[in-house]
Write a protein that binds this ligand. Structure first.
Ligand code: FES
Length: 115
């Protein structure tokens, strides 16, 4: 079983608010932050009400949990400030290829595997 910490990439450049967090349902970071501030979800799973985030392949769930913790004041760290968007997408592709999750047909396809 993959722990949350193992799924959180550690990189230098960071996502910005327009980058996608949930590739399956095309949900950007900005939309999730605004959802949290407007709707004040009580549990992290309520972020799925924001465009279906996290209900596809499951890759983004650890990030959604960290985002929820940040926005609800339970964590001072900004979870996606340490994530490189290209590496985030590439790691999602590896996650899907490894059979950990199945994206819906409407999902953004994972990038091609590098030679
Ligand atoms: S990337 Fe969010 S469920 Fe697949």
């Amino acid at each position: 079983m993959t722990s949350l910490c193992n799924r959180l990439p550690r990189y230098n450049s960071s996502m910005n608010l327009d980058d996608l967090v949930c590739y399956c349902f095309h949900v950007p970071y900005r939309k999730l932050v605004h959802y949290c501030r407007r709707e004040k979800p009580r549990v992290a799973s309520q972020l799925s009400d924001c465009g279906g985030a996290g209900t596809g392949c499951g890759w983004c769930i650890p990030f959604l949990k960290k985002l929820f913790e940040q926005e609800s004041g339970r964590s001072g760290s900004k979870p996606l400030d340490q994530v490189n968007p290209q590496d985030y997408a590439a790691q999602r592709a590896e996650y899907i290829r490894a059979g950990h999750g199945t994206p819906p047909p409407s999902a953004q396809p994972p990038p091609a595997k590098e030679p």
